[in-house]
Design a protein around this ligand. Structure first.
Ligand SMILES: NC(=O)c1ccc[n+]([C@@H]2O[C@H](COP(=O)([O-])OP(=O)(O)OC[C@H]3O[C@@H](n4cnc5c(N)ncnc54)[C@H](O)[C@@H]3O)[C@@H](O)[C@H]2O)c1
Length: 437
């Protein structure tokens, strides 16, 4: 099948290359000239494990091409995916101007029947606006369908998630569109859930909001555990063994970030509000999360007294491991708070330093965790990269001025660190170490 994908960011590029690998002919379109130039030369412009290899393979077979102008792609494709950004407006509503731009472009170039598939995360009723826009601006009398096919991939394991999703959701209005989408996904041996379009749009926002709610729930429990000397990791385990609850997304930490959860949560309660439905659970989920970085700093101050002039080695900048994405990353909030306290920061991240420095130009980035720890008064672990579990903590201990570790993700072996002479401060459980004073 011929497919067009508008937007070659994290979602669009995985979609484009995934369908190309399955033997479809794919046109990847982006208005960012730099991205298209890089892709046309065979280079993935961001970090996502496994993607580079698929680009090489599919380009080699002539199954994928990249352009800044999508006219040919619209003409040739049977299915057109919209994978552009839907960032938050200042009031929390989703900014759908990129989606409208693509809809208008499709309208100007559509000559025969197409399925237009929303893959960007959009508020319920967006399909109505896409349909109306194409109808308003189209030059010829052609038929088309708008379907909702939300994306559930996770950055860091996006390739695996594309080929082995847990479910595929498709919201359609017509049998014709349903058949085309069924054919497109014929190689996937997973539940294919067909719904109406609005329901599919809601499934995506509801899924992200529910996961965010689980995270804020366990983070509040972590605060309680710290007060009463309980162990939040064991609480999650005990809760999670109940299959009705499940252990995943019940990991206490410094809160969620990324390009999806924070903005989707906001967009979801805004759209509910616009329809006259208050959704206080969602607002509380956000409020709890927003306070996490400040509470982390408070914990540091309780152990370190003043932060002014102290050197802090920050481990991890990306919003989660295995990605270079720093959008809404808790690390940025932690660093800004540390700066306002007068601390000196040296950060290390295996992939995200460049992106972090684009928004925090004064940030000092080290080339290794050892360099970040040199002469430090404390280490703050913000992102649980696997690499941090296996570094030589004895070497780190020896190079630090004072041996404090604040583990914002409960990722490290606290007992081992304590045996090396560290004071170890996890989330939602008792600190471990030989405390002086
Ligand atoms: N990143 C994720 O993990 C993830 C997961 C599921 C869903 N989503 C959703 O998918 C959508 C895209 O997310 P992303 O992370 O890939 O964003 P992104 O910012 O990485 O990519 C969006 C791309 O769209 C391009 N673009 C904007 N306007 C365009 C236009 N008119 N024509 C062509 N290209 C255009 C941009 O240049 C950019 O490259 C969002 O709605 C997001 O919420 C993201």
């Amino acid at each position: 099948m011929k497919i067009a994908v508008f937007g070659t960011g994290y979602v669009g590029l995985v979609t484009a290359l995934g369908f190309a690998k399955l033997g479809n002919k794919v046109y990847g379109i982006d208005k960012d000239m730099g991205k298209i130039e890089s892709l046309s030369k065979g280079r993935v412009p961001f970090y996502e494990p496994g993607l580079q290899e698929i680009l090489k393979e599919t380009r080699g077979k002539g199954l994928v091409e990249f352009h800044t102008n999508g006219a040919k792609a619209v003409e040739e494709a049977a299915v057109i995916f919209i994978c552009v950004g839907t960032p938050a407006l200042p009031d929390g509503r989703a900014d759908l101007s990129q989606v409208e731009e693509v809809a208008r472009f499709i309208a100007e170039n559509i000559r025969d029947y197409k399925v237009i598939a929303e893959k960007s995360t959009v508020p319920v009723k967006t399909s109505y606006w896409i349909k109306r826009t194409v109808n308003l601006y189209k030059k010829e009398s052609v038929e088309f369908d708008v379907v909702s096919n939300p994306e559930f991939l996770r950055e860091g394991s996006a390739v695996q998630d594309f080929f082995h999703p847990e479910r595929i959701v498709v919201g359609t209005e017509t049998e014709r569109a349903r058949n085309l989408m069924r054919q497109l996904y014929k190689d996937f041996d997973v539940p294919l859930l067909f719904t109406d379009v609005g329901t599919a749009e809601i499934i995506k926002h509801a899924s992200n909001s529910f996961l965010a709610m689980k995270i804020s729930f366990i983070n509040m429990l972590a605060e309680l555990c710290e007060k009463v000397d309980a162990d939040v990791d064991m609480v999650s385990k005990g809760m999670g063994l109940d299959s009705r609850i499940g252990e995943r997304f019940l990991r206490a930490g410094i809160g969620f970030g990324g390009s999806c959860f924070p903005k989707d949560l906001k967009a979801f309660y805004r759209i509910a509000e616009a329809e006259g439905v208050e959704f206080p659970l969602l607002r509380e989920t956000e409020r709890v999360n927003d306070l996490r970085p400040a509470k982390f700093i408070y914990k540091m101050k309780r152990a370190m007294w003043n932060l002014r002039g102290k050197k802090i080695g920050v481990l991890g900048l990306s919003f989660k491991p295995n990605t270079d994405d720093i959008r809404e990353a808790p690390s940025l909030k932690v660093i800004n708070l540390l700066k306002s306290e007068g601390a000196k920061i040296v950060a290390y991240d295996p992939a995200a330093c460049k992106n972090a420095r684009a928004v925090l130009p004064e940030l000092r980035c080290a080339s290794s965790p050892y360099e970040a720890a040199q002469g430090a008064n404390a280490i703050s672990l913000i992102t649980e990269w696997e690499e941090f579990k296996t570094i030589d903590w004895k070497r780190i201990r020896e190079s630090m001025e004072t041996p404090l570790v604040f583990d914002g993700r409960n990722a490290l072996d606290g007992r081992k660190l304590a045996s090396l002479g560290f004071e170890y401060y996890p989330v939602g459980k008792r600190p471990i170490g030989n405390f002086n004073g």
